[in-house]
Design a protein around this ligand. Structure first.
Ligand code: G3I
Ligand code: 9MR
Length: 552
């Protein structure tokens, strides 16, 4: 008798508990937007002749068959695609596949929740070091500021899981954020969240201004400790912090971000922002002029370590081609000042091929700004390259494992794949959609967001604190050292990465061998489970653009 009651309880529990996501049915765990496409992906074990959805009262509200059966190019796993887009009433439901069930949520604007969380994450990521006494590293010494002199460089956002602040990645983050902001500005301007967005960006931009050497306009590549800190709280950190070598890329990325900021903040109602806009433009022009005088000063950490002490072993954000940075900075300066010289310079650096914007290749950020400012004549070659890329990206989505443009090639799974590829591609698709009105591009962008929020081979919703299975152990010193079990919320983790650059770290378990499953929610996994401002910038930018593109 005892056993059968126990058994009964176990059976009831089994059927009433949501599955661990990814086990059997993969969904967008945050929620489907009422009037958008709604797709669930059923794993092989749960594939059934038909599926149904019940509401909270147990009434069947939808019934149907799979619209596709797919095979993974990486694992050979069979999956079924279930399209329940016709269900549009907001509510909490359960998708039933034979003996398997999966909670599903439909809401008017669930992407708003991602927007809010991703924006708040920047606030949580604000630097807690005082940085009022930062040393000039010997690699950064000049005639006026000598090695060992100190400067104040407070504020800004920590880059990622570490506690350093890097100009290249900061500027890139503003680039992607302002590209989205300018695209939605007409609709968003004056809203509470737009004000929050602008003030949060301002916090980091003001730090960036302190990274410019007032003596010559050059910009320090980063503010850093010699070695990465342990996983401790900022208040317990003891290493000296330095600004290091000025670099061409730092100067140009800084110039581009400041030129954008000058435009954006000039149009806000707040007069303090107008003063900031003026300083930003001046700083941008001086940094650009420095880069023109120093076009090949690439950041060279190994070289510096041979010549100077102390050695530095933190993130490099190194890059040996500055053409794309010249293009981006000149374009932004042109759009802000309308001086023909900047346009002429930009034209000398037009790219041959289309690349999604990443910290090391920023050419397409120039294209996005040109689209935002309706400059079709200037941009004809990059514009058609973008459209061509988008057309290719959305081809054949219906037969892919997760009904998404992202995640079908092994090369999609690099360091930071969730941001650089998943969200980055979706952003490109929305700019493509803005140019062409091609609905497939718009849908493809929404599909990538579904991928990031749980409809993927790992079953994780990749944003901390959202969904029913999300990363609990991100590589994030702030989260890791605060004594609280849950990580700080609203952060997009790096994502599956076949590079496995951290496989030999202490306490690293073996990664799954399958490309789209090559992710581990463990703290040492900085190559798949770190958080970073650039990745959150893609997430936030995507949420802003999706909101704007939503069917109404
Ligand atoms: O450039 C090559 C390319 O030619 C090749 O095809 C490709 C194949 O994997 O690799 C490319 O290089 C990659 C490089 O990023 C540029 O994309 C490297 O494999 C990859 O290891 C490298 O990853 C970067 C990582 O730092 C290591 O340098 C990430 O993009 C970058 O996001 C990450 O940034 C770190 C900071 O250094 C420190 N703070 C944390 C932050 C996030 O992890
Ligand atoms: O924590 C560091 C992370 O922010 C970087 O992305 C990563 C790659 O540069 O390096 C991490 O630091 C690790 C170091 O490289 C090797 N030893 C273990 C460190 C993690 O605590």
């Amino acid at each position: 008798m005892r056993t059968s009651v126990g058994l009964l309880i176990a059976v009831v529990l089994f059927f009433s508990l949501p599955l661990q996501a990814g086990d059997r049915i993969c969904v967008n765990q945050v929620g489907y937007t009422a009037l958008e496409e709604k797709i669930a992906v059923v794993e092989q074990a749960a594939i059934s002749p038909s599926y149904r959805i019940v509401d909270e009262q147990g009434r069947t509200v939808w019934r149907g068959k799979a619209c596709a059966h797919t095979t993974s190019p990486f694992s050979g796993k069979k999956r079924a695609t279930v399209d329940f887009s016709s269900l549009t009433k907001p509510g909490n439901y359960t998708l039933i596949a034979g003996k398997y069930r999966q909670p599903i949520r439909i809401a008017e604007h669930p992407i708003d929740e991602v927007y809010e969380a991703a924006l708040h994450a920047f606030y949580l990521q604000r630097c807690q070091h005082p940085d009022t006494c930062v040393l000039i590293h010997p690699s950064a010494a000049g005639p006026l500021r000598k090695a060992g002199d100190t400067i104040a460089s407070p504020g800004g956002w920590y880059d990622a899981g570490d506690y350093n602040k890097y100009i290249v990645n900061s500027a890139f983050s503003h680039g992607i954020l302002f590209a989205a902001y300018e695209a939605v500005e007409k609709q968003e301007k004056g809203t509470v969240r737009a004000k929050k967005f602008l003030s949060e960006n301002l916090h980091n931009l003001r730090w960036m201004l302190t990274m410019q050497d007032p003596d010559d306009g050059g910009v320090y590549h980063k503010l850093t400790t010699p070695r990465f800190e342990e996983h401790i709280q900022p208040v317990d950190c003891r290493q000296t912090r330095y600004v290091v070598q000025k670099s061409t890329q730092a100067a140009l990325d800084f110039a581009a971000a400041m030129a954008m900021a000058a435009r954006v903040y000039r149009h806000t109602p707040d007069s303090a922002c107008h003063a900031f806009a003026d300083s930003a433009l001046l700083a941008a022009e001086q940094a650009f002029a420095w880069a023109v005088r120093h076009p090949n000063e690439y950041y060279d950490q190994p070289g510096n370590n041979l010549r100077f002490d102390p050695d530095c072993t933190t993130g490099m954000y190194d890059d040996t081609n500055a053409h794309d940075e010249f293009l981006w900075a000149a374009t932004e300066l042109y759009l802000t000042t309308r001086q023909p010289l900047y346009n002429a310079i930009a034209r000398q650096f037009l790219p041959d091929t289309f690349l999604l914007p990443v910290w090391g290749d920023v050419a397409t950020l120039a294209t996005y700004s040109l689209i935002n400012h309706a400059q079709p004549v200037t941009l004809t070659p990059p514009l058609s390259a973008l459209v061509h890329y988008c057309q290719q990206a959305v081809q054949g989505i219906d037969t892919t494992s997760f009904h998404s443009p992202h995640g079908n090639r092994a090369s999609d799974f690099c360091w930071g794949s969730n941001g650089e590829k998943g969200a980055g591609q979706a952003i490109a698709l929305l700019f493509g959609y803005a140019l062409t009105g091609d609905e497939a591009m718009r849908k493809g962008a929404w599909a990538n967001m579904d991928y990031l929020l749980g409809r993927n081979a790992t079953g994780y919703c990749f944003v901390t604190g959202m969904g029913h299975l999300s990363p609990m152990n991100p590589h994030h010193r702030l989260s890791d050292s605060d004594g609280i079990e849950n990580p700080l919320p609203g952060f997009l983790v790096g994502g599956p990465n076949i590079g496995k650059q951290d496989q030999s770290e202490e306490d690293m378990p073996a990664y799954p061998e399958v490309a789209d499953e090559c992710y581990l929610d463990v703290q040492p996994s900085y190559a798949t489970n770190e958080v970073a401002i650039n990745w959150n910038a893609y997430l936030l930018a995507l949420a802003m653009l999706l909101n704007d593109s939503a069917s109404r």
